[in-house]
Design a protein around this ligand. Structure first.
Ligand code: SF4
Length: 506
């Protein structure tokens, strides 16, 4: 069997999904190849020939190796100006080397003017015309010929982001044309979301032999007749080229849970899709991580959980990791205790990602976030005093928010700017389905049959264009806020943020 993580996603750490699948099936008994085709495809593209007709491309190509060395070296603290030059130049070489009519490829995205990843008819077209995909030479000459497993049996594709969808379908179409006996299995986060839509019917029947919703470990273990389908297995990272990622060392991605322990926020996909909360035991997580850290010496552990549970955090305080780590947390009362924050720092925590969403208490209450702004205020100071970095997430244009509430968010960010290292700002997307959406009872417009979002009239008239105008012309122009935004690492954002923190061990 071959397990493939397709382009395009951020190439800074190995893909956790297929690392878990590889761990779940006993590779002693099942011939297995695991390919991060995203990293491989990107590296082969930038190291291949590029038509350098302009000064920027010539300079970027000339400096390619020194820029890659800069991103991969852990010897120095990163500087945002030097870092930005390096990633912009690599992005230039990548874009130019994969230049193709109507298609734009960056280090974090893939856009096609003619085909949409949220229309099943376009995905099928991508499968029918694989030669139009800019990664075609890569998967024709390198990926599939190198792996006889793809031709002998099963090929599993992990599709998690929209930016991967068109290329996954091109790859699957090519593989099926080359070998009609190949059995194609398609899974991953995006596939799970498609399949959880009410009334889902598979439009890819002739191409895909099986689609898998949710974690695929049990599916594969059943397929290969392995006992104890539900048993947890340690993910495998030894199958990936760990030194080739665009990071100053190996970043170890790890999920201590799937779903979310809170699962109450309005319009949250985890809630709408009814995904169950499945945590691993704290002991199991720590045993896994202790073994993986010992084996691979990562520079950073990346917890992928939607929200790390308080019991997991307490477990880490009691038994610190032997590596720096970061992850998403909810602002619970625990953070009001300065000793709790100091304990987290001692456990290896270098950065916390925190979804605050709004600086208006009524908006937070209406969205059932379970967040109290007083608690956030005290907690942010404690986190900062403990020496932990903060990456705060805000969401504008939610149904309970109007311009007044958006300005409360702006005031909140300004007042706490000294305790905020990085900001993620997003405009609310209305999910296409779910009980919270149906209650709004408003006219909806769907762009494609696979769209996970719908456009909707905002109840307060605070529509996307007005929200965008406010963000661009008011929020982002404030000097204190501008100063924080300037620190955001382009393309890799939170995945690389920890490496910019002063005094961080990452
Ligand atoms: S904390 Fe995040 S994942 Fe959990 S319910 Fe709220 S929005 Fe969803």
């Amino acid at each position: 069997m071959i397990l493939i993580h397709p382009p395009l996603s951020k190439s800074c750490e190995p893909p956790a999904g297929i690392a878990r699948l590889a761990g779940a099936i006993d590779s002693e008994r099942i011939p297995l190849s695991v390919v991060d085709a995203n990293l491989d495809g990107i590296l082969r593209a930038i190291n291949g020939p590029v038509e350098a007709t302009d000064t920027w491309t010539r300079r970027a190509k000339r400096n390619l190796q020194s820029n890659l060395d800069y991103l991969r070296s852990g010897k120095h603290a990163w500087d945002i100006s030097r870092y930005t030059r390096a990633v912009m130049d690599i992005h230039r070489v990548l874009g130019k080397s994969l230049e193709s009519a109507g298609i734009r490829v960056s280090l974090s995205d893939y856009q096609d003017e003619n085909l949409s990843p949220i229309k099943s008819s376009d995905l099928i077209r991508a499968a029918e015309e694989p030669e139009k995909n800019p990664f075609y030479p890569y998967f024709q000459h390198w990926l599939f010929p190198q792996s006889s497993a793809a031709h002998d049996g099963y090929a599993g594709f992990s599709l998690n982001f929209l930016s991967q969808a068109l290329t996954v379908f091109s790859m699957m179409g090519y593989l099926k044309k080359e070998n009609s006996d190949a059995k194609i299995i398609l899974g991953g986060g995006l596939v799970t979301s498609w399949m959880k839509r009410p009334g889902w019917r598979n439009p890819f029947g002739g191409l895909v032999d099986a689609m898998v919703a949710g974690p695929g470990e049990a599916y594969l273990r059943t397929l290969f007749g392995i006992k104890d389908c539900e048993m947890h297995r340690r993910p495998r990272y030894d199958l990936f080229p760990l030194r080739h990622y665009l990071s100053p060392g190996f970043i170890l991605p790890y999920s201590a849970s799937s779903g979310c322990y809170w699962r109450k926020c309005l319009f949250c996909p985890e809630k709408a899709e009814g995904n169950p909360y499945r945590p691993l035991s704290v002991d199991c997580v720590q045993d896994d991580l202790a073994a993986l850290i010992e084996m691979h010496r990562p520079v950073l552990v990346h917890f992928l959980d939607n929200a790390m549970s308080p019991s997991m955090l307490k477990g880490l305080i009691a038994r610190p990791l032997n590596a720096p780590w970061y992850g998403f947390v909810r602002m619970t009362d625990h953070f009001k205790d300065p000793d709790f924050c100091v304990g987290l720092k001692r456990s290896g925590c270098v950065l916390l990602k925190i979804g605050i969403e709004s600086g208006d208490q009524r908006v937070l209450d209406d969205l059932q976030k379970g967040i109290d702004l007083e608690t956030v205020s005290v907690s942010l100071k404690n986190i900062k005093n403990a020496g932990i970095g903060t990456y705060l997430y805000f969401l504008f244009g939610t149904p309970p928010e109007g311009p007044l509430e958006a300005r409360h968010t702006m005031d909140f960010v300004k007042r706490h700017s000294n305790a905020i290292d990085f900001l993620n700002l997003a405009i609310f997307n209305m999910p296409a389905h779910g009980p919270d959406v149906e209650r709004l009872n408003a006219h909806k417009f769907y762009e494609g049959d696979l769209s996970l979002y719908s456009s909707i009239e905002h109840p307060k008239g605070w529509n996307r264009d007005k929200v965008r105008f406010f963000m661009d012309n008011e929020f982002k122009t404030d000097p204190a806020i501008k100063n924080i935004i300037r620190r955001n690492p382009p393309f890799f954002t939170s995945n690389h943020a920890a490496f910019f923190l002063k005094g961080s061990d990452a």
